[in-house]
Every structure is written in structure tokens, then in C-alpha cells.
Design a protein around this ligand. Structure first.
Ligand SMILES: [Zn+2]
Length: 286
């Protein structure tokens, strides 16, 4: 599961939508039309992130829904940004896909590399993805030893962010990070990777930066999908809300998000997905 924060299906408008300006073979769907097939026979399912609750979809509620299947916005009666509230943390602790996979005897892992410093943050500043793993006893992958040993990947696909924070880490290409992800995925039943710079770019409204991040993502996906055995694995890419696809506003959007499916049984899987709450249960069923 490749979770990409803040990407929606937007208009075919080169002035505001980076997906339209820098055409990607992995994200060819726009509102009202498709710009061609998805590379590697991918299937796009436009997915409703609203949870039936008014207002702009946000990260804490959206990610909680993706990783638990619970309609978290209805539980709070609103969309909640950033990091999970106490109520959302309780939902994650009880209903996390990592916990459910562990209970059913499966192996799951979060491929992102963590610094020890991250876990010293106050609870209110810990992400939904992190809480979803914490609900289980699956270990986190750390900078040392996993990232250094090529057994974890930096959230930015290059480790530049960690290097700038002062960690002594190798700078990697998106292709190398992709190869590492494929190796990690082969060792478990379920593997999650989280990429959130797309949401940061969306808030910044910077088209030049969007081009850089989209290029990294294209290179990463190209390698993941050419290295993984698509006859034996399902690759699922999805998001929590729109943002990146409309740089004319600094906020999230009301657009549907793309769930993109590649590989084994993708058609059957696609039929089960209509809204972001459908993702976790479909993975468990699969
Ligand atoms: Zn955001």
C-alpha cells in the first residue's frame, strides 16, 4: 500500500493541476476524462474521501479511515487535520489494520524509516499511520540499523530530509528506494509506505516544487512496478484527500482521490472500493 497524502483527481487544467501540466503515466485520470491507460495495466477507482461529512476532508480523519475502515469523520462529526485526537487514537488502537493482520497471523510492516527523536514527540503530534502500527506489536524500522542497511526508506524517497536534519544517511535515488520497498514487501503479507510531501506542496501552491515531487514519484513507481511480481502481488496506491491537484488554492479540495490498483486480482479488488473507508476491509479480505 502506497499512501500518498493529499492527491485528488482534479481538472485537466495545466495552470493549476501538476498532473495535467507534467503528464504522468501513473495518474492519467481527470474529472470527466482520462488521458489514456495507466502504466503497468493499473486500474483507477475514483474514491470518495468525504465520509458523508460536510467540509474539506483532512488528514487525521482520512488516514484513520484508510487504516481502520471506520468512518472517523462521522465519529467526530467533523474532519480533523494533522494528527489524531484522543477519539481517533482510540479508533486506531482498536481497529488498526496492522492489529487485525497480526491477530489473523499475518506479517505486516511500515517501510518508512523513523528517527528515535520522533517517538519523543507529544502524543498529539504523532501521525495516524504511526498510531496504526503502534496498535500492533510489529516493530518500526529505524534509521539505525534498518535505513542504513537498506531495509527502510526515507519518506522523501531520497533521505535528503534526514541528511538536512543532521543524520548521517546515504542519499538514495527514488529508484533505489523503490528497490528497497519491493524487497521489504516480499518479506511480509502487507507493507505500507507513506509519502506526504505532495500534501506539503499542495499547501505551498508551488508548481516548480510539484514538478520535482511528481518526478520522484514517477521514477519510484516505475521501478516498484517493474521490479515487483504483479502476478503474485497487489499494489494499491491511495490518498486521504485532494490538495496537490489544485494549486490555485492553498487548502485541501473536495475532489475524489485516486485509488490505483496494479497486479493480482485488481479488478475484484477495485469493485469493493467506493470510499476511503472501504480500503482497510478490502485489504483484510484480500
Ligand atoms: Zn494537508
Amino acid at each position: 500500500m502506497i499512501f500518498i497524502d493529499g492527491i485528488g483527481i482534479g481538472e485537466f487544467d495545466r495552470d493549476k493541476n501538476p498532473f495535467a501540466r507534467f503528464l504522468s503515466p501513473f495518474f492519467p485520470e481527470f474529472i470527466g476524462h482520462s488521458n489514456g491507460p495507466v502504466a503497468f495495466d493499473g486500474q483507477v477507482v475514483p474514491t470518495d474521501p468525504s465520509m458523508g461529512v460536510k467540509g474539506l476532508p483532512q488528514s487525521a480523519t482520512g488516514q484513520t479511515a484508510l487504516l481502520t475502515g471506520v468512518n472517523s469523520a462521522q465519529a467526530l462529526d467533523r474532519h480533523w487535520p494533522g494528527f489524531p485526537t484522543v477519539t481517533l487514537r482510540k479508533i486506531l488502537a482498536e481497529e488498526s489494520i496492522f492489529l487485525k493482520l497480526e491477530k489473523s497471523g499475518k506479517k505486516a510492516t511500515f517501510a518508512n524509516a523513523f528517527s528515535p527523536r520522533y517517538f519523543t514527540r507529544p502524543e498529539r503530534s504523532i501521525s495516524a499511520t504511526t498510531w496504526s502500527v503502534r496498535a500492533s506489536s510489529f516493530p518500526f524500522r529505524m534509521i539505525e540499523p534498518e535505513l542504513l542497511n537498506g531495509e527502510a526508506i526515507g519518506h522523501d524517497l531520497t533521505n535528503t530530509f534526514l541528511a538536512e536534519m543532521g543524520f548521517e544517511v546515504p542519499i538514495r535515488t527514488p529508484e533505489t528506494s523503490a528497490e528497497i520497498l519491493v524487497r521489504i514487501a516480499a518479506s511480509v503479507d502487507f507493507c505500507l509506505f507513506e509519502y506526504f510531501l505532495t500534501d506539503v506542496v499542495g499547501h505551498s501552491q508551488e508548481m516548480d516544487w510539484a514538478e520535482v515531487e511528481l518526478d520522484k514519484l514517477n521514477r519510484f513507481l516505475q521501478t516498484v512496478l517493474s521490479k515487483i511480481d504483479l502476478n503474485e502481488n497487489l499494489v494499491l496506491l491511495t490518498s486521504d484527500h485532494g490538495n496537490f491537484e489544485d494549486l490555485s488554492v492553498s487548502t485541501h479540495t473536495l475532489n475524489f482521490v485516486p485509488t490505483v490498483l496494479w497486479g493480482k486480482d485488481r479488478q475484484n479488488f477495485a469493485e469493493k472500493i467506493h470510499q476511503i473507508e472501504d480500503v482497510a476491509g478490502s485489504i483484510l479480505g484480500y
